[in-house]
Write a new protein. Structure first.
Length: 427
């Protein structure tokens, strides 16, 4: 039997796809590309934006249309947050939620025996424990995403995540150590710790994000450790000082900003001001050599006017982010913001997004241009075409180099000679 996964959304979803993939492989399934013929197509959905929901619906329909005899399975955040909308997708033969992804084999067997549609969506409840999941490898790569936290307690006014992911819960350190040792033994050299609200790792426990990084660093076969997306107000001076002592830690920080305007941040129920965010960026850049700071910014949120947007634009130029992910506000039913309405016209959102993208791309280009002539340590991950290898610096800059030797898995000092688009060229 062949199964194919189509994954939307964040690194946590990618981790959970790997987990389900291993469950199926251990049961005798062959995992193939979603572009190939398969008996089962699993769509692991995201629901952060309306566009994500649209992609989920499109792919459910596409797989059933192209492969009418296959079994189409829907899981992830969309059915968790909007179970009625998910149930209405009649092309999905099996629907489950991110809370019970571990039941995928059981539900496949149930469907095969009854030949009737299966819908099994378990609700997240306060006090739920961390889902006991681990992986052994990561899609034949040398860098693995490892989920150590799930859920969010922040309730930003625009965000559906608390509904789709539940409350904060964390993987136990002993469980993490066992997983890291297994991954290292299977050839993984770099770990990216991920979570829905990663910086809340250990909330209510006697451990925190620094402890998780130390666990990874203790394994001699793990060469690098990164962190996924972080909430700015959780990153204290003490955490920064402790992370700076860990040689294997990569100083790449994705700090979710959302807006550089204090009025908008307050309306979003974000827990910091633009001034506090700027102070954090300064601390990071003085504490780490070659620190890289990237971010997410939402434009067109409720009541954002031209002056508010200009504040965000000016803030981006002040911070000089290495990269910015820009997206227009998308109203999500059931959030606090949805009760106020979406009063910024779509056209204006698109115009603001275009302006911000253009400005951030100029900053990115200056950043890449300034790297020419500098040396960097690169861990090479794959051969993208014959004798062309790609890897990443500690600051997560993609670097490509020509070589007749196999560089996969090797860490090499290179000199940046040029750049092209999003990546640097080295020798």
């Amino acid at each position: 039997m062949k199964a194919a996964f189509y994954t939307l959304g964040c690194k946590v979803n990618q981790y959970e796809t790997e987990y389900m993939s291993e469950l199926l492989k251990n049961a005798g399934f062959e995992i193939v590309s979603p572009n190939e013929d398969a008996d089962y197509y699993i769509v692991n959905s995201c629901t952060v934006t309306a566009t994500a929901d649209q992609k989920t619906r499109q792919n459910i329909r596409k797989f059933k249309r192209k492969h009418p005899d296959s079994v189409v399975i829907l899981t992830g955040c969309m059915p968790q947050a909007f179970p009625q909308d998910a149930a209405a997708l009649n092309d999905a033969d099996i629907i489950l939620s991110n809370k019970n992804d571990g039941d995928i084999l059981q539900l496949i067997n149930e469907y095969n025996q009854s030949e009737k549609r299966v819908i099994n969506i378990e609700e997240h409840k306060s006090g739920d424990a961390f889902w006991d999941c681990s992986i052994n490898t990561f899609n034949e790569r040398i860098r693995a995403f490892v989920k150590i936290e799930d859920g969010c307690d922040r309730f930003c006014s625009y965000c559906i995540i608390p509904k789709s992911r539940g409350r904060v819960r964390s993987k136990k350190p002993e469980q993490l150590k066992k997983e890291i040792d297994t991954l290292a033994n299977n050839g993984i050299k770099e770990i990216v710790l991920v979570g829905i609200n990663l910086s809340a790792y250990g909330k209510g426990e006697d451990f925190n994000i620094v402890d998780a990084v130390k666990i990874c660093a203790e394994n001699e076969n793990i060469k690098r450790i990164r962190l996924g997306s972080l909430e700015p107000d959780h990153i204290t001076d003490d955490i920064i000082d402790e992370l700076a002592k860990i040689k294997k830690f990569c100083p790449q920080f994705h700090l979710s900003l959302q807006s550089g305007c204090n009025k908008t941040l307050k309306n979003m129920n974000r827990h910091y001001t633009a001034e506090e965010y700027e102070k954090l960026c300064t601390k990071l850049r003085t504490s780490f050599d070659d620190a890289s700071i990237t971010t997410d910014i939402m434009v067109g949120f409720h009541e954002e006017n031209d002056e508010d947007f200009k504040e965000t634009l000016n803030f981006v130029n002040k911070i000089q982010f290495e990269k910015v992910h820009t997206f227009p506000y998308s109203e999500r039913e059931g959030t606090a913001a949805s009760r106020k309405g979406d009063n910024v016209p779509k056209k204006i959102k698109e115009e603001r997004a275009k302006i911000l993208i253009n400005e951030s791309e100029k900053i990115r280009e200056r950043y890449l241009k300034n790297l020419i002539g500098k040396t960097a340590e690169v861990l090479f991950e794959n051969e993208i075409e014959k004798n062309i290898y790609q890897g990443y610096t500690k600051s997560y800059l993609p670097v490509r180099i020509k070589s007749t030797d196999n560089l996969i898995g090797k860490t090499i000092q290179v000199k940046i000679s040029d750049y092209c688009g999003e990546f640097a060229i080295a020798e």
